[in-house]
Design a binder for this molecule. Structure first.
Ligand SMILES: O=C(O)CCC(=O)C(=O)O
Ligand SMILES: [Fe+2]
Length: 320
């Protein structure tokens, strides 16, 4: 692709796209695509208010509360929506963690800064209610992250389009009923613009056939660090803190498999690449220190905060 700071046009597909077409054109080559209006094709409860969902799922303890979303097994989403075939078939071939479904309940202005998801997962995100604005960045021209992290530096963490030349990015809106398929390692930042927003995710990890990219290369090198660290210290606490943003069991249960999978991804990384990676990550430490207050605030956010307070976008975020 030509060197440009202009966004590229996201691929779009109709709600009746066949599984074969989806698989060949998007899933296998790991190309993001927005499927318009698929929400109208699947059974979906009609009482989709945040209060109802809270009563039906959250208050019944069917989900685990995470920093800014809820996660749970597929039964929790089955209460809300049918799983489309272009989701269920690839999920059937993938590694799944127990909680491979997620639920986002956000008020207007909720902003998720630029990051890519852990465990090398691909993500389907269906906008069941409301409207969200997305910006995604290709793993072939990735943003710079905090050391060992999957979150982009706040400087370019999503509030404004990337300025550096050559970064491949796209901007689009998910209206009610639209779904994005986002392959592994694509940075994304997301802003809720409707009063009340409900999204569901299905996520999984490809067992093989990962498309090589700069971000996959970094992941391999970071997982090599995990292997070496564990060999030396036989402990995972620090690894889960650094690589898994403090999530307990992140490496032990990586992609729902754990160490066997990490070996598969990282065994071949030469030692000099691992060393270079350590230097590159260390070089970003000053940025983490500079932004530490905002990072802490972000980590403390709770899913329903923005619903309760109906927060308006902050001036610094309105630039997006
Ligand atoms: O909806 C959002 O605010 C973020 C969504 C997201 O990060 C995801 O689906 O992985
Ligand atoms: Fe995400």
């Amino acid at each position: 692709m030509a060197k440009t700071t202009q966004p590229f046009e996201i691929a779009e597909a109709p709600a009746d796209i066949s599984f074969d077409e989806f698989d060949e054109n998007y899933f296998q080559p790991e190309i993001p695509v927005v499927i318009r209006g698929i929400g109208g094709k699947v059974r979906c409860t009609d009482d989709l208010t945040i209060e109802n969902i809270r009563e039906k799922i959250v208050d019944k303890g069917l989900v685990t509360e995470n920093t800014s979303w809820f996660e749970g097994p597929s039964e929790m989403l089955d209460l809300l929506v049918d799983t489309p075939e272009i989701v269920s078939r690839p999920m059937g071939e993938a590694y799944l963690r127990k909680n491979h479904c997620r639920l986002w309940l956000n008020g207007a202005g909720n902003f998720t800064p630029s990051h890519y998801d852990g465990n090398m997962i691909f993500v389907y995100n269906l906008q069941l209610k409301g409207r969200k604005e997305w910006r995604i960045v290709s793993p072939h021209t990735p943003l710079t992250n905090y050391p060992f992290s999957r979150a982009a530096l706040f400087g370019n963490g999503g509030t404004t389009p990337p300025r550096k030349k050559g970064i491949e990015f796209s901007e689009f809106v998910l209206e009610e009923g639209d779904m994005i398929f986002l392959p592994a390692f694509w940075h994304h930042c997301v802003r809720a613009t409707a009063e009340s927003n409900v999204n569901v995710n299905w996520v999984g990890t490809r067992k093989s056939g990962w498309v090589e990219s700069k971000s996959l290369q970094r992941e391999r090198e970071l997982l090599k660090f995990a292997l070496i660290h564990y060999k030396l210290w036989k402990r995972t606490g620090l690894l889960n803190l650094m690589l898994g943003a403090g999530i307990e069991g992140y490496v032990e249960n990586f992609a729902g498999v754990g160490w066997d999978f990490i070996h598969e991804v990282a065994d071949d990384v030469p030692f000099h690449r691992f060393l270079t990676r350590m230097f590159k990550e260390a070089a970003m430490a000053p940025f983490a220190l500079k932004d530490s207050k905002r990072i802490k605030k972000q980590l403390k956010a709770k899913p329903l905060d923005s619903v309760k307070t109906k927060s308006k976008p902050k001036p610094e975020e309105q630039a997006a």
